[in-house]
Design a protein around this ligand. Structure first.
Ligand SMILES: NC(=O)c1ccc[n+]([C@@H]2O[C@H](COP(=O)([O-])OP(=O)(O)OC[C@H]3O[C@@H](n4cnc5c(N)ncnc54)[C@H](OP(=O)(O)O)[C@@H]3O)[C@@H](O)[C@H]2O)c1
Length: 264
């Protein structure tokens, strides 16, 4: 399978890193306009770093579009005449709808819209996927690629903006939570490195408990809160200070902003 990643930036680079260990990969074209600024020297012989989008597109079965929303129009103009109906186009571009993609490439093309996150580089992404009518039969192929890069979910297109906030921006939100608990550890006397290690491993353990036990967070909280104990004391203070409320308000703000960005 030949794959193109058009737009080697944060996300394109993460997807490339994930795909390099993909057994079915024959060639991986990675493009950006300014090849001098490729930040990474990819040694894998299957990778072709280039600024030539058209060469990449014409030799690929699957084409990822990983440019910024404002760069989409120019890229689409450049490649649209070179895409055939056997190829699969995958777009994680924020705010670019299936209709926008069909307007650019035609509704006879297999179009997949997805939202993933930068954890794709460590094969722990969550990727939400939807498609146009022509692309329906290709969803499984795309899902199988993203399953090798983490978890996948099929969602309705109307929820793509919400998925962007929870899973793509979500990486930043979780980083802040991990940073805050690590800073708390420093305040209690740990060296910064040790505090971060403890906070990080605790967050992984908490997620794993939910995943393996298929439980609700409150079930796991009940198990660690003895009556009148130190955990409930801390939790109640955090809620008095607005922890859950701040997180939900932040998520709502991100959602409003993403909807505004689409209109702009
Ligand atoms: N970062 C995330 O966590 C994340 C998560 C989910 C979705 N997304 C979406 O993914 C897209 C990319 O985000 P990003 O953060 O990776 O952006 P980015 O770091 O700015 O990367 C975009 C890259 O595209 C290249 N580019 C621009 N025009 C091009 C063209 N015509 N042909 C080839 N390459 C071109 C740019 O390099 P040159 O200037 O050298 O061409 C740049 O390196 C965005 O639409 C974003 O909404 C991002």
């Amino acid at each position: 399978m030949n794959i193109s990643i058009l737009g080697y930036g944060n996300l394109g680079g993460s997807i490339a890193n994930g795909l390099i260990s993909f057994g079915d990969l024959n060639k991986l074209y990675i493009t950006k306009k300014d090849v001098k600024t490729f930040s990474q020297n990819i040694e894998d012989k299957r990778c072709i770093l280039t600024s030539n989008n058209l060469n990449a597109v014409s030799d690929s079965n699957i084409i990822f579009l990983t440019v910024q929303p404002k760069q989409f129009k120019e890229l689409a103009e450049e490649i649209k005449g070179h895409i055939n109906s056997d190829q699969i186009i995958i777009s994680p571009i924020t705010g670019i709808s299936i209709k926008d993609l069909e307007d650019a490439f035609g509704n006879d093309k297999k179009i997949i819209r997805c939202m993933t996150n930068t954890a794709v580089a460590v094969k722990q992404a969550v990727t939400s996927i939807c498609s146009n009518r022509t692309g329906k039969k290709s969803v499984e192929i795309v899902q199988n690629i993203f399953k090798k890069l983490g978890h996948t979910m099929i969602i309705e297109e109307k929820n793509m903006q919400a998925a962007t906030v929870i899973s793509a921006s979500g990486i930043a939100f979780w980083m802040r939570l991990i940073r805050a608990t690590a800073q708390g550890g420093v305040q209690l006397g740990f060296e910064s490195k040790q505090a971060l290690e403890m906070s990080l491993m605790t967050s992984l353990g908490a997620a794993k408990l939910l995943e393996e036990n298929q439980s609700h967070p409150e079930d796991e909280i009940d198990k660690v809160t003895t009556p009148n104990g130190c955990t409930i004391e801390g939790l109640i203070e955090m809620e008095h200070q607005g922890l859950s409320s701040a997180l939900i308000k932040g998520i709502e703000k991100s959602f409003s902003k993403i909807n505004l960005m689409k209109k702009e």
